[in-house]
Design a protein around this ligand. Structure first.
Ligand SMILES: Cc1cc2nc3c(=O)[nH]c(=O)nc-3n(C[C@H](O)[C@H](O)[C@H](O)COP(=O)(O)OP(=O)(O)OC[C@H]3O[C@@H](n4cnc5c(N)ncnc54)[C@H](O)[C@@H]3O)c2cc1C
Length: 481
């Protein structure tokens, strides 16, 4: 084993960083790193890496934070991988020394999901190459942001079929949770549009998998919350891109009218994209269906045919370039991030038949401050959500409900109150057949997770035993203790 270069010198993790030097060994007793000065005596030699393992305060503090700014679990080191081999090396090292490992994409989780207290965080931003764009597919590293991939594919007239509302998320981070957006009504989730993966399992094995090669691993990893493997590379599906988005904002006087129109629009898939927004006002809520049709002139959508039977109280129609539409909230999110507001989000899937009653009660008890802005509510067809560990209600149509809360100004008591509200709202959702979309801030026990996976729990647990038997990976989800 050869020496490992790091950017700063510390004697042990947690000590003050001084001048640049070399970390060469791991101290298993104190769970820290030894520099060349110490390591002549004791310690376990750290294997050679193509990238770097850093232990400076700044890097560890960044890895102990995320979009939610609620949970802060400090790792003892951050790996900036220079290769897929580095990920395997560090996972094997972690197995040998009982360390936890979590991959971190863009850190846009809200409740510590990408953190590894006392362990090693793999910062995937250093593995962010778009390797190939072919007809119908692209091969990308997990650290690539969708924004960059979409810019590159659009240059050749192609696009991923589905995009999240915000494009500054990593391929690996979204494929580990699912990835939902307005085009899910046509194409399922991001995880339903993956053709192959290269992963590093919890035992440190580099494995390629696809629907025909190791399909069990492929299906487990997509939406598997980082429990079985770190995604290193993905082959994602592309389709021809239209040039233009025609955006229909249809307003309704109440929730029932809006969800009825959404159900009608979903039934015949008339829009390329279907979402909905509930906006708090001083006196109540506004209810807006958001439908988008992608097209390339000279062909034009038929506005009358698209809107008439949806009977909105008022309508706004706008055209914009397809890319501008996909990237519409990027700048807003950058501005919000600069404020570093605590973000106790709650994201829930509801069965169609329970949606109106559940959401009505939730809106009644939600003040504008508690909502933190626009609430998302939109239906997707259950049949298009195919990965076994993405848990959605057992109903032909399911609604995604997302409260993107932000506590402004930051206030710890308020944040904790809203986390308790999340838990109560989660319990009520489960009672009516709902599930959670695991990107938010809901405190969950192991038994909640068992219930979440329901009849899939034995398969989930078996996959964990097979691919990560020492429970090294992704402790931040708190599924296996
Ligand atoms: C502003 C904003 C808008 C959003 N909009 C949407 C939306 O429209 N639709 C939607 O579905 N979601 C949305 N999300 C949620 C988002 O998809 C998830 O939080 C996603 O996990 C974040 O991606 P990330 O790259 O930041 O992942 P991280 O937060 O870094 O990681 C998330 C989880 O994935 C794991 N992980 C990360 N990389 C890998 C990897 N390479 N292999 C295995 N596991 C890995 C982590 O360990 C962690 O458990 C949004 C979030 C934000 C903050």
């Amino acid at each position: 084993m050869r020496k490992l270069q790091i950017s700063r010198r510390t004697v042990l993790a947690g000590a003050t960083a001084t001048a640049a030097a070399t970390v060469v060994a791991f101290d298993p007793v104190n769970l820290g790193w030894l520099t060349s000065a110490d390591a002549e005596t004791d310690g376990i030699r750290v294997p050679h890496l193509d990238g770097e393992l850093v232990i400076d305060e700044e890097s560890r503090a960044e890895a102990a934070d995320d979009y939610g700014h609620i949970v802060h679990r400090r790792p003892i080191a951050v790996l900036r991988p220079g290769s897929v081999r580095d990920i395997a090396t560090v996972i094997r090292f972690a197995n040998a020394h009982r360390l936890k490992v979590a991959a971190r994409g863009q850190g846009h989780s809200t409740f510590g999901q990408a953190q590894a207290g006392g362990g090693v965080v793999i910062d995937s931003r250093t593995l962010a190459t778009i390797h190939r764009i072919g007809t119908g597919h692209a091969v990308v590293d997990a650290g690539v942001q969708w924004l960059d991939l979409i810019k590159a594919t659009l240059a050749g007239g192609q696009t991923p079929p589905v995009a999240t509302d915000y494009l500054g998320l990593s391929v690996g981070g979204t494929l580990s949770v699912g990835g939902i957006g307005g085009a899910t009504s046509h194409h399922g989730m991001l995880v339903d549009n993956v053709l192959a993966l290269e992963v590093v399992t919890g035992t440190g094995d580099i494995v390629r998998c696809s629907p025909s090669i190791r399909p069990d691993l492929f299906n487990a990893v997509l939406g598997g919350l980082g429990q079985f493997a770190v995604i290193a590379r993905a082959t994602v599906r592309l389709i021809p891109a239209a040039s233009t988005a025609r955006v229909y904002h249809l307003f309704y006087p109440d929730l029932a009218a809006m969800t009825a129109a959404q159900r009608t629009a979903l039934a015949d898939r008339r829009f390329s994209y279907l979402e909905g927004q509930l906006t708090p006002t001083e006196t109540g809520w506004t209810y807006m269906l958001e439908g988008v049709t992608y097209y390339t002139p000279p062909s034009e959508p038929d506005d009358e045919a698209l809107v008439a039977d949806l009977a909105p109280a008022s309508t706004e129609i706008t055209d914009m370039p397809y890319f501008d539409w996909l990237n519409r909230i990027y700048e807003l999110v950058q501005q919000l991030m600069a404020l570093r507001l605590p973000g106790p989000w709650i994201n829930i899937f509801l069965p169609d038949e329970a949606t109106d009653a559940y959401v009505t009660e939730l809106l009644d008890e939600t003040t504008p401050a508690d909502a933190g802005g626009v609430v998302l509510l939109y239906p997707v067809p259950r049949a298009l959500i195919r990965r076994p560990f993405v848990r959605v209600p057992d109903s032909p149509v399911v609604f995604l409900l997302a409260l993107l809360r932000a506590v402004s100004p930051p206030n710890e008591a308020e944040t904790q109150r809203l986390i308790a509200v999340n838990r109560a709202q989660y319990d009520r959702a489960v009672a009516v057949g709902g599930t959670h979309y695991p990107v938010g801030a809901i405190p969950l026990t192991e038994s909640d997770w068992r219930a979440h996976y329901g009849d899939r729990w034995p398969a989930f647990r078996a996959a964990k035993h097979q691919y990560d038997p020492r429970n090294v990976l992704t402790p931040g989800q708190a599924i296996f203790g």
